[in-house]
Design a protein around this ligand. Structure first.
Ligand SMILES: Nc1nc2c(ncn2[C@@H]2O[C@H](COP(=O)(O)OP(=O)(O)OP(=O)(O)O)[C@@H](O)[C@H]2O)c(=O)[nH]1
Ligand SMILES: [Mg+2]
Length: 253
């Protein structure tokens, strides 16, 4: 099975992207299912085929262990990890060719904890994995915020050890000139560096320079295509980037 992780900071549009890409793939005729990996989510814009909430009761965990929202999610993800055998069994009953995984808003609970490693390793067993890392347009308004979110994405990618494409979400609310500038940044780190200097981000100019060089390593991060779950803009591009990474996993297992 080819598995697509849908990742990104809180509120970046993961669940809507899961819904939109699933709808788009279905329409083309692909055999695709969805997995909700967020035990704490209250409302989803789509009906997941597999939902970890079937195995884990977030509210009960919070009450039982007297935890706050983040502590509750951490313990809930531990419970998801324990249930992974059963969850994989249910996933396999579909016999689908593709699966999209809607990650929790608090990605750290997956990326930075051992229960997350158990979950992603189970998913990876005998399957090809590729990811889409969503960047909210509000984080593309300045060079420093863009670099910050890319560093976060690189950190998550590094932890998950998964091929990843970085895409801009909610393109329908992104002005054309902003998109233009992002493309210039992605073509040439000098532009990004220049905008950092214009922002007076010169506390450590050499560090900024090096970071700009690292995050704008195009072959690694993709071309920052902009997608919209509202208008379905560039769903084909997002799918194409997943497919390229699934195919290369076939070649380099
Ligand atoms: N205009 C516009 N809004 C969007 C788009 N995708 C998502 N949104 C809005 O962004 C908000 C967050 O979207 P979600 O898909 O729930 O984001 P998420 O990353 O799953 O959020 P968490 O799981 O809580 O981290 C919602 O209010 C959506 O309506 C889009 O393509 N265009
Ligand atoms: Mg979500």
């Amino acid at each position: 099975m080819n598995i697509g992780y849908i990742l990104g900071p809180a509120g970046s549009g993961k669940s809507y992207m899961t819904m939109a890409l699933h709808g788009w793939m279905n329409q083309i005729g692909y055999d695709v299912i969805t997995l909700n990996l967020d035990p704490g989510v209250v409302r989803l814009p789509y009906a997941p085929d597999i939902d970890v909430r079937k195995w884990v009761d977030y509210d009960e965990i919070i009450d039982k262990y007297e935890l706050g929202p983040n502590g509750g999610l951490i313990v809930a993800m531990d419970h998801v990890a324990v249930a992974m055998d059963e969850i994989m069994e249910e996933i396999n009953t579909f016999g689908a060719e593709y699966m999209l995984v809607d990650f929790p808003g608090q990605i750290e609970t997956v990326a930075f904890r051992s229960s997350g490693a158990v979950i992603v390793n189970e998913l990876k067993r005998r399957n090809q994995i590729a990811g889409l890392f969503l960047i909210d347009p509000t984080l593309c308004l300045t060079a420093s915020s863009f670099i910050s979110v890319l560093l976060f994405g690189v950190s998550i990618t590094y932890r998950l050890n998964t091929a990843m494409n970085y895409i801009i979400s909610k393109a329908d609310i992104l002005p054309d000139e902003r998109l233009e500038r992002i493309h210039e940044w992605s073509e040439n780190p000098d532009f990004l560096y220049q905008d950092l200097l214009d922002e007076k981000m010169i506390l450590n100019a050499e560090l900024s320079r090096r970071i700009a060089d690292i995050v704008i390593f195009r072959e690694e991060l993709g071309q920052f295509s902009a997608v919209s779950s509202e208008s379905n803009l560039n769903m084909d591009v997002a799918f194409g980037s997943l497919q390229r990474n699934w195919a290369s996993e076939d070649i380099f297992p």
